[in-house]
Design a protein around this ligand. Structure first.
Ligand code: SAH
Length: 286
């Protein structure tokens, strides 16, 4: 069965009495080239286990199953289980795990399901939980790469460079963990029902080691978040409201010692610059 052929999907869903849920971000792919390209770009191969989130009726799942050693696919909507049983009947290397990806313990899942395979993550994500899911996947440290379809705006934020309008704390979070690439854009007409937003696929290839110079990850991220608290204001003000045990003069000193102008804004600083700044703040705290 062609899982992206709308003339086959509609009767399949009707037969199972399935209704789309907006709150679960259900937009199913109806252009077969898209799941093929996503699976191809994920780099899945026979040594890999691919964690998929939200298989829907399985168009990406089958593409991953063709390439990966194993596919573990987490689905929240019980109504899709009997559909998946039918559409994935020919694939013995797919395990559907019922549950909410936000509540699942990934380490436990890995222990139970991943075996000796090299884990990657690949999904057409439910758009209402895009940023927390990506954060959870990256922070888990389990995956060699994370290839996901998300709203184009979020994809642009993930890949944004310092100084651009899309650049922010989430860009830095993703770029701290991974090398991030925007691969291609997917228009609304590729989905049933068509979403209001344009989508894009990003690939995040995890770094083997933390970026050079970042010794204290917690302090680094606290500095980043503080710097973007008040986007339009000076960096110093954001830092002052987050590091209340330090005086403004001390923080100004830290900014100057990092080699920046005292009027610098957070959006101008890259990973390396934030690393320098958090080291200087760290010295003050000791
Ligand atoms: N991959 C399919 C479906 C994408 S729609 C396709 O491309 O056609 C998003 C999917 O995520 C739906 O199957 C939805 O039921 C599922 N989903 C939504 N919230 C979820 C959650 N918290 N955990 C796991 N799956 C979820």
């Amino acid at each position: 069965m062609n899982l992206c052929d709308i003339n086959q999907i509609k009767p399949l869903l009707a037969r199972h009495g399935f209704h789309f849920s907006k709150s679960m971000g259900q937009n199913f792919l109806i252009d077969h080239r898209v799941p093929e390209s996503i699976a191809e770009e994920s780099g899945a191969n026979k040594n890999c286990v691919a964690l998929e989130i939200g298989p829907g009726i399985g168009p990406l799942t089958v593409q991953l199953a063709e390439r990966a050693g194993k596919v573990v696919s987490v689905e929240l909507d019980k109504a899709l289980f009997p559909v998946l049983e039918e559409t994935l009947a020919d694939y013995d290397n797919v395990t559907i795990v019922p549950g909410d990806i936000m509540k699942i313990n990934l380490n436990q899942l890995a222990k139970e399901q991943f075996g000796d395979y090299a884990p990657i993550a690949c999904a057409n994500l439910p758009y209402n939980i895009t940023t927390p899911v990506i954060t959870k996947l990256l922070e888990s440290g389990l995956f060699g790469s994370v290839t996901v379809m998300i709203q184009k705006e979020v994809a642009q934020r993930i890949c944004a460079k310092p100084g651009s309008k899309d650049y922010g704390a989430f860009s830095i979070l993703c770029q701290y963990y991974a090398d991030c690439e925007m691969l291609f854009v997917v228009p609304p007409h590729c989905f049933l029902p068509a979403p209001k937003v344009t989508s894009a696929v990003v690939r995040m290839t995890l770094r083997k080691e933390a970026p050079a110079g970042i010794e204290d990850r917690e302090l680094f991220f606290k500095t980043v978040r503080a710097s973007f608290l008040q986007r339009r204001k000076k960096l110093l003000n954001g830092l002052a409201s987050s590091f209340q045990r330090l005086t403004k003069d001390q923080l100004k000193e830290a900014i100057l010692n990092s080699g920046f102008d005292e009027n610098v804004r957070g959006e101008q600083l890259g990973l390396e610059e934030f690393s320098r700044l958090s080291c200087e703040i760290g010295k003050l705290q000791n």
